[in-house]
Design a protein around this ligand. Sequence first.
Ligand code: GAR
Length: 218
Amino acid sequence: MSPRARAAVLVSGNGSNLQALLDASAAPDFPAEVVLVASNLPTAFALERARQAGVETLVLEHRAFASRDEFETRLAAELEARRVDLVCLAGFMRLLGPTFLRRFPRKVLNIHPALLPAFPGLHGPRQALAHGVKLAGCTVHLVDEGTDTGPIVAQAAVPVEDGDDETALAARILVQEHKLYPLALRLFAEGRLQVDGRRVRARGAAVAEGLALRNPGV
Ligand code: GAR
């Protein structure tokens, strides 16, 4: 069996997506293992989840660095020192620029709580409600230098119900995030994602798996 890909997960908050990745990677046949959880905020509950799972944690407070470049240079160096192959952003509320991304080219995934390219940036569910869409959802994408603009790997849709407020819609989306992110990481770690411009195909993925990625709830 080939060695598992070494993944770092970057977090800033609760870490429920981190938990989904930790749970998936606990299975020995999952093709990635989480070797580091790094947060820019020392108070992130995600750090506690990592400790519970016995995974190394690192806090790098962005405010302690003189510039974004210095923060990113150090972050990249910490990951390289741990021989990290893949990076997953899971509620990591900092934009990553070229200083970091050049050191992990096409190696960084993000999950976003909207059907991109609609509603990038902050508060995806709030934006979706304000716009009055009937379908909302989540997207896993490769990270480029824009805000939630990188090639789309997988999406899952959920209905917007008449009585929804932001909390209810975000919770419905989150259920799908927790299914979608491990599936996407699996394909990513297996080297099965073929990127052709903006289009990402999952090489060798069974039809059923492709469908599941579009809507894991079905
Ligand atoms: C998730 O909904 C994630 O998609 C979102 O933050 C939440 C983090 O929850 N990310 C973004 O909005 C990034 N733009 P979690 O900490 O429980 O995983």
